[in-house]
Ligand binder design. Structure first.
Ligand code: ATP
Ligand code: ATP
Length: 153
């Protein structure tokens, strides 16, 4: 990309929001905490090429942890290790952001934390006969923001 493009990207990203650059739910690769790390599962993970995989329980809207693909180096597929015994349970350092959060602020947050990935979570209160519920809208990584800054996408 040319210099002018990069400068425009750097100037505009601060006014953009998470939903403008996130990877939406439909394209987010996740694992079910009740699955096992069989040969087929591990092969499917490697095939995606991603380094961080959100792990959900029961519903894809209920992400309970992250699997770091580099940790799979210790896994013997023959053992069929349960994903549950493997994930890092959510701690302070895993970010949850809102779809309309400002990219400049999220970039600063992600740089501070240990994880380069945040969950994009929203509240669904469309149906006013029910309690509002959290819904997952997607994920965002440092890469998504940086691509926007350098005007690469
Ligand atoms: P790394 O470059 O650190 O190995 P990565 O390639 O797994 O990480 P990023 O470079 O952070 O991922 O992001 C590249 C793109 O892939 C981004 O658009 C990001 O939103 C997307 N992405 C990352 N993880 C997933 C996932 N589990 N499912 C779907 N998309 C993902
Ligand atoms: P509340 O405090 O209103 O009960 P909550 O417990 O659902 O909300 P937070 O207090 O924001 O959510 O966060 C608590 C923990 O749950 C944090 O570690 C956060 O990372 C994690 N968390 C929040 N939302 C999700 C989600 N959609 N999927 C998975 N984990 C989540």
């Amino acid at each position: 990309k040319d210099t002018a493009g990069a400068m425009t990207g750097a100037l505009t990203y601060k006014n953009m929001s998470v939903e403008d650059v996130m990877t939406p739910m439909e394209r987010t690769f996740m694992l079910d905490v009740d699955d096992k790390l069989s040969f087929e599962k591990i092969a499917a993970v490697f095939k995606t090429g991603y380094s961080r995989i959100p792990v959900y329980e029961i519903s894809r809207h209920n992400v309970i942890g992250l699997l770091f693909v580099k940790d799979l180096i210790f896994i013997d597929p023959e053992d069929e290790v349960p994903i549950r015994s493997f994930i890092q349970i959510f701690g302070r350092n895993v970010h949850v952001v809102w779809p309309n959060d400002n990219l400049g602020e999220v970039l600063a947050e992600l740089k501070k934390g240990k994880s380069h990935l945040a969950l994009v979570r929203d509240v669904d209160n469309e149906d006013d006969t029910k309690d509002p519920v959290y819904v997952m809208r997607g994920i965002i990584t440092l890469e998504d923001i940086i691509e926007k800054i350098i005007g690469d996408s």
